[in-house]
Design a binder for this molecule. Structure first.
Ligand SMILES: Cc1ncc(COP(=O)(O)O)c(C=O)c1O
Length: 392
């Protein structure tokens, strides 16, 4: 962990400049402009008790430190910690809870987050209440004297429900709890929760931050000194660190994040509009559409609307035709890469969510999710169109 060191950046550096440069200095040994992959397990000490600040690579690694400083700057945080996966990052945040604590959680969080809370952490006398965090009254009612954390995902996966970040931050703080936001779906280009009052931000760096579908990782960005101290301790003590090579890949990814997000958003909006006008599509879920029930909130707290959208085709059979019918678009889990992916939440990402909960969340058998990539829009439209034409 290194707090954000502004080296080349002036105090008024703009966002895309910060993405490119924050946390990085020319390599002190050679002047290499790109931070090297420090693929080492240990560091030679000059004399007993005299070293360069690096002793053992689980504890400190310069490639990881550069990425962490970069992510802290991009998310307007004070420090960041990189983990082996998004789930490892979420688990690290959960270690700040103590036996008996209670957490309020968005009811349509990523299925893996629900599984971690429901199947593992509930064994340690932690309790979780799932509510629609778009409904502030419901969030307020879910709080108990033992509530220590409000865990929110916005936009949510896959039906793109939004949570008002400023309102939930002040609610959580009034009740003495932390607001934790999983910002994976939006990316810090589109939304920076700390600027609305969030205490901790989580990313699956596997998605937009890396952006090229070739790395699995996670990160936590923190603002409060006690969280920073604890997360640094946990990262080393529990050891689920991001490798030097993966750190390097994500650091390369954040250099082009603003450019990529502009394309993801443009293609996402255009595909959502196209689908909304198609006779075989029942409903489209995309916060950039005026028909989205929280479009005004989206315009307030997001800069652009991102590349994630979902649409309901009314039946499993219709969904199957489209999922099997696409040619250019790949049928695959995950999101946020440069190539467009299509998936079936009910049987893929949300298979671990019980059927009755899926139904309550609108995750029907006819629901299809798209992660819009950065291909030429006309190629994407042609592919989706020919797949929709296969519905009888
Ligand atoms: C919103 C969200 N959070 C967390 C995760 C978990 O990340 P990872 O797969 O890197 O462990 C995912 C994975 O899809 C996700 O979509």
């Amino acid at each position: 962990m290194l707090t954000w060191r502004i080296v080349k950046l002036g105090p008024n550096a703009r966002f895309s400049t910060i993405c490119l440069h924050a946390g990085q200095v020319p390599d002190p040994a050679t002047g290499a402009i790109i931070t090297p992959i420090y693929q080492t397990s240990t560091y030679v000490q000059e004399a007993l008790g005299r070293h360069k600040g690096y002793e053992y690579a689980r504890t400190q690694n310069p490639t990881r430190a550069a990425l962490e400083a970069n992510l802290a700057a991009i998310e307007s945080g004070k420090a960041a910690f990189a983990f082996a996966s998004g789930m490892a990052a979420i688990n690290a945040v959960a270690t700040s809870l103590r036996s008996g604590d209670h957490v309020v959680v968005s009811d349509n969080v990523y299925g893996g987050t629900f599984r971690l809370f429901d199947k593992i952490l509930s064994r340690y006398d932690l309790s979780f209440t799932y509510v629609d965090t778009a409904d502030l009254g419901a969030v307020d009612r879910a709080f108990m004297p033992s509530t220590r954390m409000l865990f929110v995902e916005t936009p949510s996966n896959p039906v793109m429900r939004l949570t008002d970040l400023a309102a939930t931050a002040s609610l959580a703080h009034r009740r003495g709890a932390r607001l934790v936001v999983d910002n994976t779906f939006a990316s810090p280009v589109i939304q920076r929760p700390i600027e609305f009052g969030a205490d901790l931000v989580i990313h699956s760096t596997t998605k937009y931050l890396n952006g090229h579908s070739d790395s699995v990782g996670g990160a936590v960005i923190a603002t409060r000194d006690e969280d920073i101290e604890w997360l640094g301790f946990v990262q080393n003590a529990a050891g689920a660190i991001l490798s030097p090579f993966d750190s390097w890949l994500v650091l390369r990814g954040t250099k082009t994040l603003p450019l990529r997000m502009a394309e993801h958003s443009a293609n996402g909006l255009a595909l959502a509009r196209f689908l909304e006008g198609h006779p075989n599509v029942k409903t489209v879920y995309y916060p950039g559409l005026p028909s989205h029930p929280q479009h005004d909130l989206a315009a307030r707290q997001m800069r652009g609307f991102g590349g994630m959208l979902a649409f309901d085709l009314g039946s499993l059979e219709a969904a199957r035709r489209v999922l099997n019918g696409v040619r250019l678009i790949a049928l695959a889990e995950s999101l946020g890469g440069v190539e467009t992916l299509i998936s079936h939440p009910a049987t893929m990402t949300h298979a671990s969510v019980p059927a009755h909960r899926r139904a309550a969340l609108g995750i029907t058998d006819g629901l299809v999710r798209i992660s819009a990539g950065i291909e030429d829009l006309d190629d994407l439209k042609e592919d989706v169109s020919q797949a929709l034409d296969q519905i009888p």
